[in-house]
Design a protein around this ligand. Structure first.
Ligand code: FE2
Length: 243
């Protein structure tokens, strides 16, 4: 499996608080069947140097400790009206330098400004991946919004924890529906620590296999993430639209 959303870099955000925790998270990911991971700390302003240095440091530490996890650079970008310009100017990292930036939004909003921001990012030549849309109340209440995001060319990333019910019944139901209707392009851990919100992915692989199909698990957990890291096109899907 390839996990494209993690807060594994130490001391940068509310994720890992030490190199020791980062290594414990990496070991846990590997034990659960993950071979590659994107490090995606929260970012809105220009933190490229800081993030790159932390990524290099952890990559070296993984090698020194013999942990077979490939680590790719990225960010979880907090979307603002400046995001499209900053991406164009190289002040924010996409996932492994691809056309795909991972973008999150405020939990207190109505989705209108978010749609405007995503449209501008698309117009700037990127394909935004919206982080955990199933966790936003405005998506749970009116999922038709994702029809619009999909038509604009956005991809959706659903959290492992949402599907497992860790963020409540609404996030679980919305997450399952996004997978079921074909809107979800990837499922990722959004791991924050080795204790809670962990990078363990085997349980969600099993859930996707049992609730949907082995093919669904493979596409969302391995094939699409691999294409994203290689900056390849994700095959277009016609989802079952929300009416
Ligand atoms: Fe995150």
């Amino acid at each position: 499996m390839i996990d494209l959303h993690s807060h594994i870099l130490p001391d940068l955000d509310d994720g890992s608080q030490s190199l020791r925790d980062s290594l414990a998270m990496a070991r846990m990911a590997v034990d659960s069947g993950v071979t590659a991971m994107a490090a995606t700390p929260h970012c809105s302003g220009d933190r490229t140097r800081e993030v790159y240095a932390a990524w290099q440091l952890l990559r070296e530490a993984l090698k020194e400790n013999g942990i077979p996890l490939k680590l790719f650079p990225g960010m979880e970008i907090f979307g603002t009206p400046d995001t499209a310009r900053m991406l164009r100017d190289g002040q924010l990292f996409t996932l492994n330098g691809s056309r795909y930036p991972l973008i999150e939004f405020s939990f207190r909003s109505d989705g209108q400004e978010e749609t405007w921001i995503l449209r501008n990012v698309c117009k700037a030549g990127f394909r935004p991946i919206v982080a955990h849309p199933e966790r936003y109340a405005y998506v749970q209440q009116d999922p038709k919004l994702v029809n619009c995001w999909h038509k604009m060319g956005c991809l959706l990333q659903v959290n492992r924890g949402s599907l497992l019910g860790r963020f409540g019944v609404h996030a679980r139901e919305t997450g399952m529906e996004l997978v079921d209707r074909g809107f979800a392009a990837i499922v990722a851990s959004d791991a924050h620590s080795p204790q809670i919100r962990t990078p363990w992915m085997e349980d969600v692989r099993r859930l996707l296999t049992e609730e949907f199909s082995p093919q669904c698990a493979r596409v969302l957990l391995t094939e699409n993430p691999r294409k994203i890291l290689k900056d390849e096109e994700i095959p277009p899907v016609e989802p079952e639209w929300f009416l």
